[in-house]
Write a protein of this length. Structure first.
Lengths: 369, 374
């Protein structure tokens, strides 16, 4: 039985690796994607442009503006001259926000009267606008503290000690890279396995395989192991890039990571084989893969947190293998999650893997007739 | 003669349209996928963290500490659990069940009694998701600041000297859905314009029906127009359905005109269809065409268009790449037409860029199609 199986595995590996075009597709793009998208997918806000309408002749608006200039968040300050300029600049997205100092801004501060400062934000980019507003509030607090201390006033200081665990300087790549590793591994494994049964059916070799002495579970094993090897190869490449290229700290257990990685890849390969078994053509298999991958990635907690979703959708995401794997990979890399927690998140993967492989084998058999 | 050309073209259009309607994969891409994506972006994807789970370590046994803790409990932004010791909460944060911890330290009550403005708290946030972490600290600071001002006012302190008054235009409630749903329409149009077109035309090359069509008296341009017009109509129809769902079901406002929306969509479909055509003409293979469309069409539209991720914050090299992504010019237009209104001074430069990219892609596509004939 082992010789039969190893022959099949050899054949499957050859199918994946023989064609130079698909060999190139297998190694180049995934690494390129990881690098390109790691830098692109940031929800950080830096280098934005801001407009300033300063009608205040005093020194406090100048103080405020110099603090804006000193911040890495803002790249460029666009001076505005009239109220109508604010509308024009925001409407055309030349600036994400505009700050307006009234004529009495400094005078009020010197007189000890609260001075108001208007901030106009572009709600079409509401996430970035909120972050910009947070930064401007912090500058306002700092200016307030300075003005108050000069006047010997008692004001609430900025008495907050802020600390970020697992990622002290909030490097966005520490978040995106582990997420991308899971997502790209999903895409490649689905692409490789999604085609395998559909291609044989299109070429007519599926029947040949079925009349061979191989049993169904052997065929299934032969179809699962080669993509698993390819997937582990990719993931190892990614893990190395994560540690050495992106310098994301690896704080947890690498053994646990590989253990859950195998479970995760088997889940995904099961889905791929299932799609491949029900598809009539390679094109349908491709679309099936896409139909699964798009929601899987969107509902994984990568682009936006699971907690922000409505409850019914949160429950639904439990069947998404990527969701569980992302908890594990971020737990291993960043938060040194203890083994019992990691195991708790691996159990759903085991269940999903059993289900998808089981479903694939049923459909695989049925389609023969 | 002219009459014949028109009739020939009409027959071609009819053939291509029938092909779309009969093909299950085009129905899948043009109807099922857009609906799934729209619902995902409408319901599933949200950047608005509401009721983030945090812990409050009330290590100080005093009245002000308890008052502050209840200020966090009633905040609509947090779902707060209390504890007497921060260590009880720390393991929960390692496990990912808490996104942050507010520590009210043991000396808080004492400091507060001495002089309220010196009392200090600590905010610890889970940095493994930086966006959520920043949300936690910003809103926790807000709760803390409000409480501080209130206490200070009660104990005879005075107001802050600099007060900010923020107004968010176009989206005062800061709902991320308002910009994500219009953005997802760009993704849907990319799917139909680039992915579907590339797949279907590549299949014709694979099967040899493209060559067969070229042997007929139909000219190359007529042939391509006959192929593209049905997809253009299909993409607009899909966009219309999405717009109706977005406004009626997801309550996204539609402040601009339908006319402007169609002009923008048409300008975008020019490069999108051109890209699909070019991919199919170069690859002439369904599988490779699908991969290429995914890599050069779908993913850039999703990641490099400013749809979710700010282009300004990306490294300069990636910003340059984003200039050749047609969706980059579509996204601001769509967000504007839905949320702000008809701002032609923003639309026109973007439309110009899309038409420019479209022209380059079309010239390349036509050349590659002709070459095959020789």
């Amino acid at each position: 039985m082992w010789r039969r199986l190893s022959a099949l595995i050899r054949k499957e590996l050859l199918v994946i690796l023989r064609d130079p075009k698909s060999r190139v597709l297998l190694i180049g793009p995934p690494l390129l994607q990881l690098i390109l998208f790691s830098y692109a997918t940031t929800l950080d806000v830096t280098n934005v442009s801001i407009g300033v309408l300063n009608q205040d002749p005093g020194r406090w608006s100048v103080e405020f503006i110099s603090r804006i200039q000193g911040s890495s968040v803002f790249r460029e300050i666009t001076p505005l001259h009239r109220i109508s300029d604010i509308r024009e600049a925001i409407d055309n997205q030349k600036v994400i926000a505009a700050v307006h100092f009234g004529a009495d801004f400094s005078r009020n501060i010197e007189a000890g009267v609260p001075a108001d400062l208007q901030i106009m934000l572009d709600g079409r980019r509401s996430n970035a606008a909120q972050i910009v507003n947070g930064y401007l509030d912090q500058i306002a607090n700092a200016v307030n503290a300075e003005a108050s201390s000069r006047q010997g006033r008692r004001v609430a200081g900025d008495n907050v000690l802020e600390r970020y665990w697992f990622n002290p300087s909030l490097e966005f790549t520490w978040f995106t890279v582990p997420n991308l590793v899971g997502s790209i591994a999903l895409l490649i494994s689905l692409m490789v396995t999604g085609q395998s049964v559909a291609r044989e059916r299109e070429l007519g070799t599926h029947e040949q395989l079925m009349v061979s002495p191989l049993r169904v579970h052997e065929i299934l094993l032969g179809k699962t192991l080669p993509p698993l090897v390819v997937g582990l190869f990719h993931s190892t490449m990614f893990v190395l890039a994560t540690v050495f290229l992106f310098e994301v700290p690896l704080r947890g257990s690498l053994i646990m990571l590989y253990l859950s990685l195998v479970l995760y890849l088997v889940c995904v390969i099961g889905v791929g084989l299932f799609i491949s078994s029900i598809a009539q053509t390679q094109q349908q298999a491709f679309l099936g893969v896409f139909l699964f991958a798009a929601p899987a990635i969107l509902l994984s907690g990568f682009a936006t947190p699971i907690d922000n979703m409505p409850d019914w959708l949160q429950t639904f995401t439990m069947i998404n293998p990527l969701r569980h794997f992302l908890v594990i990979i971020k737990g291993v890399f960043l938060s040194a999650m203890p083994a019992n927690e990691l195991l708790t998140h691996s159990i759903p993967l085991l269940l999903i893997a059993t289900f998808t492989l089981g479903a694939a084998s049923i459909f695989f058999r049925r389609r023969i007739g | 003669m002219a009459n014949l050309a028109v009739r020939r073209f009409a027959a071609l259009l009819r053939k291509e349209s029938l092909q779309i309607v009969r093909d299950p994969s085009s129905i899948l891409i043009a109807v099922v996928l857009p609906l799934i994506l729209l619902f995902l972006f409408g319901y599933g994807i949200s950047l608005d963290a509401t009721r983030v789970k945090i812990g409050i370590a009330i290590e100080s046994n005093s009245a002000p500490a308890n008052a502050l803790a209840s200020a966090f409990r009633i905040s609509p932004y947090f779902d707060a659990v209390g504890a007497r010791d921060r260590r009880e909460l720390e393991s929960e944060m390692v496990a990912g069940r808490l996104k942050g911890i507010v520590v009210i330290p043991a000396e808080f009550g004492e400091n507060f009694a001495r002089s309220p403005e010196t009392a200090t708290i600590q905010i610890i946030a889970d940095g493994s998701n930086p966006n959520t972490a920043r949300f936690v600290t910003n809103y926790a600071r807000g709760v803390w600041g409000n409480w501080q001002r209130q206490m200070l006012a009660e104990t005879g302190g005075r107001e802050a000297l600099v007060r900010t008054e923020a107004r968010v235009w176009f989206n005062p409630e800061l709902k991320s859905r308002y910009f994500l749903v219009p953005g997802s329409i760009a993704i849907v149009m990319t799917l139909i314009g680039t992915l579907l077109t590339a797949l279907v035309v590549a299949r014709e090359w694979e099967r040899g029906t493209m060559e067969a069509m070229m042997a007929t008296p139909v000219g190359v341009l007529q042939l391509l127009a006959g192929k593209l017009i049905p997809y253009y109509v299909l993409a607009l129809a899909s966009m219309s359905v999405c717009t109706i769902i977005a406004t009626l079901l997801f309550d996204v406002p539609m402040r601009g005109s339908v006319f402007a929306l169609f002009v923008i969509a048409t300008a975008f479909l020019f490069p999108a269809l051109g890209q699909g055509l070019l991919i199919s003409a170069v690859t002439k293979n369904q599988f490779v065409a699908a991969q290429a469309a995914l890599l050069s069409g779908f993913l850039p539209a999703m990641l490099l268009s400013g749809f979710i991720f700010e282009i300004d914050s990306m490294p300069v090299v990636i910003q340059w790449i984003s200039y050749i992504v047609p969706a980059r010019y579509l996204i601001p237009c769509l967000q504007t037409v839905f949320l702000a209104g008809d701002i032609w001074s923003l639309f026109l430069p973007n439309i110009g860029q899309m038409l420019l990219i479209g022209s380059v892609l079309f010239v390349a596509a036509v050349r590659n199609t002709r070459k095959r004939l020789d």
